[in-house]
Design a protein around this ligand. Sequence first.
Ligand code: DER
Length: 235
Amino acid sequence: LTQDELKKIAAYEAVKFVQSGMVLGLGTGSTAKHAVDKIGELLKQGKLKNIVGIPTSNVTRDQAISVGIPLSDLDKHPIMDLSIDGADEVDPHMNLVKGRGGSLLREKMVEATSKKFIVIVDESKLVKYIGGSGLAMPVEIVQFCWKFTLSRLEMLFMEAGCVGKLRKFGDSEEPFVTDNGNYIIDLYFKKDIGDLKAASDAILRLPGVVEHGMFLDMATTLIVAGEHGVRVTNK
Ligand code: DER
C-alpha cells in the first residue's frame, strides 16, 4: 500500500464518526483532503445531511466548496462537534506536531474548540517524542523583524541544539506567507526538548510569536493506518 493509500484508509475510517447535523472542523493537508472528499461524496449520495464545515485553511475552503460541503466560520459556529485533521508527528501521549502545510493557526483555533478531535495519520508519523523526527516544528510569527524573533526562538532551545529557518515559498527565496499574513519559522532540534508544556508556554510568551505547531492534549482519537491495517485509539 502506498503512503497515500494509507492516508485514505485512515481518513475514511475517521469519516465513519461523522453524523448528519454536525458542525465539522475540516483539516488541511494530504490526509485531511481524503476526509473532505469523502464527506462531500456522502453528502451527494444523501447519506449525510445538514453538515456545516469550518475550514482550517483557504485551500480546504476551496476544496470543500468544490465537493459541495456547506461552509461557515468560527464567528457563527464557535464549537465543533468533530474535527478531523492530519499531523506531521504523533507521540505516545497523542501530542502532535502540525503545521508543515502552513495552516497551524487556523487548525489550532478550530481544533481547540472541538468536542472530539480525530487525528488521521499513516504510521510513518508516529514518533517516540515530539521533535524526534528531526523534522520541522513550525512557529507562526509576525513579519516585523522576523530575524529578531528567530534568534529569540533559537536561544530558547539552545540546549536542544535548536536551529531556526524562515520558511520560503516553494523553491523561491520569497518568504512563505500564511493565510493570516504571517511568516513561519521552522525549528529543528537535535535533542528532545523535554517538558512540552513548558516549551509551549515559553514560545508563546515571546512577543512576535503568533502560535506554534505543538498540539498538546488536544486530540481525543488517533487513527493510524499501516501495513497491518487501521487502528483507532481513544485518549
Ligand atoms: O500542516 C498541517 O498541519 C497538516 O495537517 C499536516 O500536519 C499533515 O499533513 P499531511 O496530511 O499532508 O501529512
